[in-house]
Write a new protein. Sequence first.
Length: 185
Amino acid sequence: MSDPIWSLLTEFLALSGMRFGEVIALEDSDVDLSAKKIHVTKTFDSVNKVVTSPKSFCSIRDVYIQKELEVACKKIRALMLRRRLMYGLDKQLLFMFSEKGTHIHYYAYNKYLRENSLRILGRTITPHALRHTHASLLMEQGISIDTISRRLGHENSDVTREIYLHVTKKLQEKDNQQIAKISIL
């Protein structure tokens, strides 16, 4: 991806598992690098162009900032500082913002992501697919479904289990292949 802001947004979405609206609603103060937490308390409704409460009560959460995500957050802050200086913007409340200092446009990013994923991967993906990628990668690393559920802001782990059933089946196949290769006695 040649556009630095879209590249960092893609990285942030894949590393955090957050919904697109949650990310673009983040204020800079919501990203607490010293406590290693992102405070998710709101979402941006791209259709009505308003900040609202999150999808559900469980969507209000703190997302732990692991090392890779911390690096991405620092890069985003540096890029946003450059953007403020380049475009003569006042201090911004938003963690990530457009060239005009407003919320990032979902449709512009979605179009960019779809075009680039088709070019690079041979198929299109959406911003929400990055959330699924995040959960899948955590599952492959052995993170419990309950932990993933809390990180994603799902009502309960049954929701997560149902959404990511295809991943758990793939992991079961992988487990079976490992066991098939050994002799116990």
